[in-house]
Design a protein around this ligand. Structure first.
Ligand SMILES: CC(C)(COP(=O)(O)OP(=O)(O)OC[C@H]1O[C@@H](n2cnc3c(N)ncnc32)[C@H](O)[C@@H]1OP(=O)(O)O)[C@@H](O)C(=O)NCCC(=O)NCCS
Length: 422
C-alpha cells in the first residue's frame, strides 16, 4: 500500500486544529459561508466526539493543514448479521493542494485503519462515483423517489391507528422498532444515540407520526412539510424522510394517514427502497402533474419516479467480511477469487461455501473468478449476480460454469438501502 506522500504528514486532529479544519471544510463544501457559521453548525461538539475521528494531512514545510477527512464508527446489517463498518465523511483538500493525490492518501489511510481494526466494510456518500470507484468503492445504494399526488394514495382504514409522536411517550419504542426493522433490512444502520439526535430533532416543518395498535408502537413516519417556490410544487408538499413499519397494518396505516391529508397537501414525495410495493398501491402510476410540464417520459408512458445514485461500499478486511456474511444454503462448493485492488494490488482468496457460511481455505480451487474489489463488493452485497457480470465481461471466470449459479444463489440478498446520511 503506497501510504506515503513526501512532505505530507497525516495524523489524528487535535483540539488546536479546529480553526484549520473549519477553514478546509468551508473551502471545500460551503465557500460562501463564514468560518464562524461552519464551526457553529458543523462542529457543535468540537472535534472527535465519541464515534467520530477527524484526520488531518499537514504540509511539513508550512505546517499547515492541506487535507482532512472523518472516520465514523458504524454498524449495519446484512442478512440480519451485524457488520462493523467505517463511515467516511468530509473528505476535503485545500484548493492549493488539489490533484496531487492528497485525497487518495486520505482514503488509503482510511482503508489501512479499517483493515488494521478488522473492519469488513467502508461506506461513504460520494460527490462523484467515478472518483471513489477508481479506488475500489462500488455504488450499491439506490433510493427510489415518487413525487405523487396525495389523492393518488390509498385511503386505508388502518390510518385510524396513527397518532402524533410524543417524545416522552414514544421515543424509546420508536428507536426499538427502528432497530428491529434494521436487523431485517440490508444496509440499515444500527443507530447510536448521536444518530437519533438529528433524526428526531424538532425542526421547523418536520413532523413525526406513529402507528399504534393496542398501545404498541408498530410503525412511524418522519416527514417535512415544504412550500417550495419551484414550479413542481405550487402548493403544500410533504417529503417523507423515513418510514418504518413492522407490520402490514402499520405500513397501510402510514399510507392511509398521508392519503387523508389530501385536502391540505397536494404532493407527497415518498422516498423508499426499490423493493417497496408502494408504486403498485397508488391509484395512478404517474408523478404529480405540474401545469405546462406534461411531457411523457417515452411513448405513452408517464413520468413516475426517480432513482437516486446513492452511497458506495468497499470491502476492506476480506477475511472478516467473508467470515461474517451468512449465505443461502445450497450444495457445497469452492471458488478462488483473484481480486484486483487499485490500492492493495492483487489478492487471492479461496473460499469454501457450505452449511450457510463461508470459510477461507488454503488450497486454490480449479474454479477461478477474476474480479476487481469494486465488483466483488457488488456481488457480496447481493446487488448484482456473477452470471451477469461475466456476461458483460466486467469479471472473468475460468472453470465449471455451474459454480457461478451456485455463487449467485449463495449470495442472493436484497441490495442495501440506508436512511442515514453523513
Ligand atoms: C474531491 C477532492 C477531495 C479531490 O482531492 P484531490 O486531492 O484533488 O484528489 P486526488 O489528487 O487524490 O485525485 C485522485 C485521483 O482521482 C482521479 N479522479 C478525480 N475525479 C475522478 C472521477 N470523477 N473519476 C475518475 N477519477 C477521478 C484523479 O484524476 C486522480 O487520479 P490520478 O492520481 O491517477 O491522477 C477535492 O477536489 C475537494 O476537496 N473537493 C471539494 C470537496 C469534495 O467534493 N469532497 C468530496 C466529498 S465526497
Amino acid at each position: 500500500m503506497a501510504l506515503d506522500l513526501p512532505g505530507i504528514t497525516l495524523r489524528l486532529a487535535q483540539t488546536d486544529d479546529l480553526p484549520q479544519i473549519v477553514n478546509l471544510e468551508r473551502l471545500a463544501f460551503a465557500p460562501l459561508q463564514s468560518n464562524t457559521e461552519i464551526e457553529r453548525d458543523w462542529f457543535p461538539q468540537g472535534l472527535n466526539p465519541p464515534g467520530r475521528r477527524q484526520f488531518l494531512a499537514i504540509e511539513d514545510l508550512t505546517r499547515l493543514g492541506i487535507g482532512v477527512y472523518t472516520q465514523i464508527d458504524l454498524a449495519l446489517f446484512i442478512e440480519s448479521q451485524e457488520f462493523p463498518t467505517m463511515g467516511i465523511a468530509g473528505v476535503a483538500v485545500a484548493p492549493e493542494g488539489r490533484k496531487q493525490r492528497i485525497a487518495r492518501l486520505l482514503l488509503e489511510h482510511a482503508l489501512d485503519h479499517a483493515r488494521t481494526r478488522q473492519i469488513p466494510l467502508i461506506m461513504l456518500y460520494p460527490f462523484q462515483h467515478g472518483f471513489y470507484r477508481q479506488l475500489g468503492w462500488a455504488w450499491v445504494g439506490r433510493v427510489h423517489q415518487y413525487p405523487v399526488a396525495c389523492r393518488s394514495l390509498p385511503l386505508y382504514p388502518e390510518r385510524f391507528g396513527i397518532i402524533p409522536y410524543d417524545p416522552e411517550q414514544h421515543q424509546s419504542a420508536l428507536q426499538q422498532i427502528y432497530q428491529q426493522s434494521a436487523a431485517r433490512h440490508n444496509g440499515w444502520l444500527k443507530r447510536q444515540s448521536s444518530h437519533w439526535q438529528s433524526r428526531l430533532a424538532r425542526n421547523h416543518g418536520r413532523e413525526i407520526y406513529c402507528y399504534v395498535e393496542s398501545g404498541k408502537l408498530l410503525g412511524y413516519v418522519v416527514f417535512q412539510f415544504n412550500f417550495p417556490e419551484t414550479p413542481l410544487f405550487q402548493s403544500l408538499g410533504l417529503v417523507v424522510q423515513e418510514w418504518v413499519a413492522l407490520t402490514a397494518e402499520a405500513y397501510r396505516g402510514i399510507l392511509g394517514f398521508l392519503a387523508a391529508l389530501e385536502d391540505q397537501v397536494e404532493v407527497v414525495v415518498w422516498n423508499t427502497y426499490p423493493e417497496d410495493p408502494f408504486p403498485y398501491l397508488l391509484k395512478e402510476q404517474q408523478r404529480h402533474r405540474v401545469a405546462g410540464q406534461h411531457s411523457p417520459l417515452y411513448g405513452l408512458t408517464h413520468r413516475f419516479g426517480e432513482m437516486g445514485g446513492g452511497f458506495m461500499w468497499r470491502l476492506a478486511d476480506l477475511t472478516a467480511a467473508f467470515q461474517l456474511r451468512p449465505i443461502q444454503s445450497g450444495s457445497a462448493f469452492t471458488l478462488t477469487f483473484q481480486i484486483d485492488d487499485p490500492i492493495l494490488g492483487e489478492q487471492t482468496l479461496t473460499v469454501n461455501f457450505a452449511a450457510g457460511q463461508m470459510q477461507i481455505v488454503k488450497k486454490v480451487a480449479p474454479a477461478i473468478l477474476k474480479t476487481s474489489i469494486a465488483h466483488l463488493t457488488e456481488l457480496f452485497c447481493g446487488l448484482r449476480r456473477s452470471t451477469e457480470l461475466v456476461w458483460t465481461r466486467e469479471i472473468e471466470f475460468e472453470g465449471d460454469r455451474s459454480l457461478l449459479q451456485k455463487l449467485d444463489i449463495a449470495w442472493q440478498s436484497t441490495p442495501p438501502f440506508c436512511w442515514d446520511f453523513f
